[in-house]
Write a protein that binds this ligand. Structure first.
Ligand code: UD1
Length: 377
């Protein structure tokens, strides 16, 4: 494996995964004697504000292949990625396919690569919410089961993978590639001064993101907006809304008072991270934001019953509120109450995760699945 140049093909499709893959591609491209990289964008996220702007800001080269799958039911979206990715993998013949995260594009790419016998590496392996009503949990379970290389970023991930029967040799505790991106972009994030641009005072507003079906597609969305309007009297609220959330609000006729709850379009990476780093707190149902808030020591309140990222609670700044919008009114007091609490950045969230992934790929790694090893040989 060390003597030949490997072709590494990465598959991305959604906003949260551009940040997870960008530093890995940069690291591999910095070792041209060892790697050739190919990027495939499934097009699961297709609005420029959800996709293109991230490529620009993160300095990711345009994808070699655009699959343009767009929106659809889970089966339709997954099926379209599979149908369109299979011929790409057959013609590119990569040595390894890298998939980040837990979205439908991740699941689809895992299935296609595994069926073609191509070794598969999962970035952010082993996270579990133990809640199969979340589509992402099913995607995680399948992606991990099919992966030969399991790149983890928190200690409990290894325990989950071992408990599910993964081979110890397949698991590599490398750290958090999303934090690699944050650290690499830190100076530009700090320079962006997005709070100022939105007429907000640093440390004196609540940033909000809500997009999960469990919240947005049910009656809780109206309750959440009402809760935000109430707390906005003491803490200004800024809410860059995901397209899914925006559509649901329109359908339900929810129009929060503009002066009090600032509803924005989705923000670029730099603007969002700048707003996050200067926020008094963040209310979210996202996975990645729980991690970014922990890294930035910003109090995070997660409007979900569970999290697949418990390290953000045990070490970091995260508080699980449950799927109960009634608790939103507690957030200002919780921010004050938690002000002097100690938090820690988890081990290996240090900006070097991508280098560790590249080191693993450069080493003489072997496939856990003997069938895949045969195909490679
Ligand atoms: C997906 C991921 C979720 C991730 C989220 C981040 C799955 C199962 N879910 O959820 O894990 O946290 O991305 O954003 O893969 N839409 C647009 N423009 C876009 C993208 C989506 O208008 O650029 C609309 C779609 O038409 C659809 C809705 O938003 O109506 C949902 O999009 P979809 O990709 O299915 O799921 P997300 O909710 O974004």
């Amino acid at each position: 494996m060390t003597s030949t140049r490997q072709k590494v093909l990465a598959v991305v499709g959604t906003r949260p995964n551009f940040m997870k893959v960008a530093p890995v591609l940069a690291e591999l491209d910095a070792r041209p004697q060892a790697f050739e990289t190919v990027l495939v964008h499934t097009g699961q996220h297709y609005d420029p504000v959800m996709s293109e702007i991230f490529f620009e800001q993160l300095g990711i080269a345009p994808p070699a292949h655009m699959l343009e799958v767009g929106a659809g039911s889970h089966a339709v979206q997954t099926g379209r990625v599979m149908e369109r990715l299979e011929p790409v993998l057959m013609s590119e013949q990569p040595d390894v396919v890298l998939i980040p995260g837990d979205v439908n594009s991740t699941l689809a790419a895992a299935l296609v690569a595994a069926k073609l016998g191509i070794p598969l590496g999962h970035i952010e392996a082993g996270l579990r919410s133990f809640d199969r009503s979340m589509p992402e949990e099913i995607n995680r379970l399948v992606a991990d089961r099919l992966s030969d290389l399991l790149f983890t970023h928190s200690p409990e991930a290894e325990d989950h993978l071992l408990a599910e029967g993964a081979g110890r040799e397949a698991i590599h505790y490398v750290g958090n590639t999303m934090i690699d991106t944050l650290m690499a972009m830190r100076a530009r994030i700090d320079a962006a001064q997005a709070a100022h641009g939105h007429g907000l005072q640093a440390g004196e507003y609540l940033l909000v993101t809500l997009h999960r079906p469990a919240l947005v597609d049910g009656p809780q969305l109206g309750e959440a907006v009402a809760g935000l309007e109430r707390i906005s009297r003491e803490l200004p609220v800024v809410f860059p809304a995901h397209p899914r959330t925006r559509k649901a609000m329109e359908t339900l006729g929810l129009r929060p008072d503009r002066e009090r709850v600032r509803l924005l379009d989705p923000l670029s990476y730099l603007d969002f991270l700048s707003l996050l780093s200067d926020a008094a707190g963040v209310l979210t149902d996202s996975g990645g934001i729980q991690e970014e808030a922990t890294f930035l020591s910003v109090p995070c309140f997660t409007l979900r019953e569970n999290t697949e990222r418990p390290v953000t609670i045990s070490l970091g700044t995260n508080t699980l509120l449950g799927l109960d919008p009634g608790r939103i009114v507690e957030v200002p007091d919780l921010i004050v109450a938690g002000r002097d609490g100690e938090t820690t950045v988890p081990t290996l969230w240090d900006g070097e995760a991508s280098a560790r992934i590249a080191d693993v790929l450069e080493s003489d790694w072997s496939c856990a699945d003997p069938r895949a090893a045969q195909v490679r040989a």
